[in-house]
Structure formats: structure tokens, C-alpha cells
Ligand binder design. Structure first.
Ligand code: F6R
Length: 241
């Protein structure tokens, strides 16, 4: 794993540079997207670079990590809505080339893996990390060989995400998420963690053992992972890059 520690602002800029590099090498790249608070500064940077003509998504495809079960893409807390609102509506990607798992038709979730494969596989998957080590909605205990599947959300994850809803009762109880294997199949991975609330889990997933109790720890075994941390998230690491 390559670890990059910088200011929060520079983390977004330096992560955006990886998109510039990839898309100039391969304009048809397949990008793996994430939602949550962490990628917002990166998405702002990508929008800016797109408007400046530094980067184009017009031939790119995207596959997002996850979606809440039961929410239509038009619901303002759905991850489809989030992606349209924070990225897709502001860049030159073709909407039909963007994919978010359906939270409504959850009958055959692993079809999503087949769609990813048919598109040639993910070139660069973006990840955030939950305070319990989840990636996507793969909570502790998720098997390493999992493909896209439906999960019951941990109470803690629902509580953390309740800030986006009127009350915790409105937070869906289930989500559909790429599995750990789906993520590990990506040719390269970027994980971004910012803020002091992530410091403990950052130390665990980078310096601790590879264990299903810390889903992100599997990334230690992937050959092309870049972890971007701000100083707050990196504070407890033994080795400061
Ligand atoms: C979002 C996702 C989640 C988040 C994680 C961190 O698509 O898959 O794993 O990346 O919960 O969320 P934030 O960035 O809000 O701290």
C-alpha cells in the first residue's frame, strides 16, 4: 500500500491527479465510485478539472459501490441521487454509462458483478472507510469472497448515517453493496480517510492484522492501493510518511 499524508485540501487535489493520469492514459476507463462525506472535496476537484478541460469523462464508465435498499434513485438520500448531485450532473460523463446498484430490484444482486465484468472490470475503485472498518457496506465479518450482495446495516452505521435523514427511523435497515471480492477485483484502488474520527481505524487497517473483523485490512493484500490521509486521520500511525 502506498500511503500519502497531506492536508485535507491537498488530499483531494492529489487524488484527483490519479484520475487525470488514468483518463489521459485510458479515456474509456471504468471508475468505481463511492458516496459519503469523504469524497465530496475530490468530486469538487474533478468537476473543476472537467470544466477547465483538464480531464474528460465522456468515454468513461462508472460503477458505484452501494445503494440503500428501498430507496428510489429520485430519493434525495439515495446514493444514485448523491452521485448525480455531487458529480455526474456537473461533468461530461454520459448518464447511461453511470451505474449504481438498484436498491429496488434486489432479486439478483450478483448480476452487478457480471455487468462490471462485461464493461471490462474496474480500473480504479474509490473507497472511503467506516469507523468500524467497513468498505462499501461490507461490515465486520463479511467473507473475503463476497460478491455484490444485500446486507443488514449495523446499528452503528445507521446511527452515523442518521445525520443525513430526519431521524434514525428513516435510515434504511438494508443496503446492497459490492462485496469484498468485487472491490479486490479492481485493478487499482484509492482509499481516502480524513478527520480525527478515522484515526483509530486507519491505524488498525494499515498496521493491524488482515482480518475479516476489519474489512479494509484486506487491502494490505492488493497490489495497487493508494491510501490518502489527512494529518488528523494519520495521527496514530506508527510510520508517518
Ligand atoms: C459509501 C460507502 C461507505 C463510506 C464510509 C465512510 O459509498 O461505501 O463505505 O465510504 O461509510 O463514509 P464517510 O465518507 O461519510 O465518512
Amino acid at each position: 500500500m502506498k500511503i500519502i499524508i497531506d492536508t485535507t485540501e491537498n488530499v483531494a487535489k492529489r487524488a484527483a491527479q490519479l484520475y487525470v493520469d488514468l483518463l489521459s492514459r485510458n479515456p474509456q476507463a471504468v471508475l468505481g465510485g463511492a458516496t459519503g462525506s469523504t469524497p465530496i472535496p475530490l468530486y469538487k476537484e474533478l468537476i473543476k478539472l472537467n470544466k477547465e478541460g483538464v480531464i474528460s469523462f465522456k468515454d468513461a464508465k462508472s460503477f458505484n459501490l452501494d445503494e440503500y435498499v428501498g430507496l428510489e434513485g429520485t430519493h434525495d438520500q439515495s446514493y444514485r441521487y448523491f452521485m448525480n448531485d455531487n458529480l455526474f450532473n456537473h461533468i461530461d460523463i454520459k448518464m447511461e454509462n453511470t451505474h449504481v446498484p438498484s436498491g429496488i430490484d434486489i432479486s439478483e444482486p450478483e448480476k452487478y458483478d457480471a455487468e462490471i465484468q462485461a464493461a471490462g472490470g474496474i480500473d480504479m475503485q474509490l473507497l472511503g472507510i467506516g469507523v468500524d472498518g467497513h468498505i462499501g457496506f461490507n461490515e465486520p465479518g463479511t467473507p473475503w469472497d463476497s460478491l455484490t450482495h444485500v446486507v443488514e446495516l449495523e446499528q452503528n452505521t445507521r446511527e452515523v448515517n442518521a445525520r443525513f435523514f430526519n431521524s434514525i427511523d428513516e435510515v434504511p435497515t438494508h443496503a446492497v453493496t459490492m462485496g469484498i471480492k468485487t472491490v479486490m477485483n479492481a485493478r487499482s484502488i484509492i482509499l481516502i480517510a480524513t478527520g480525527s474520527s478515522k484515526a483509530e481505524i486507519v491505524k488498525k487497517f494499515i498496521e493491524g492484522p488482515v482480518t475479516t473483523e476489519v474489512p479494509a485490512s484486506i487491502l494490505q493484500l492488493h497490489p495497487f492501493v493508494t491510501v490518502f490521509l489527512d494529518h488528523e486521520a494519520a495521527a496514530l500511525l506508527e510510520k508517518q510518511a
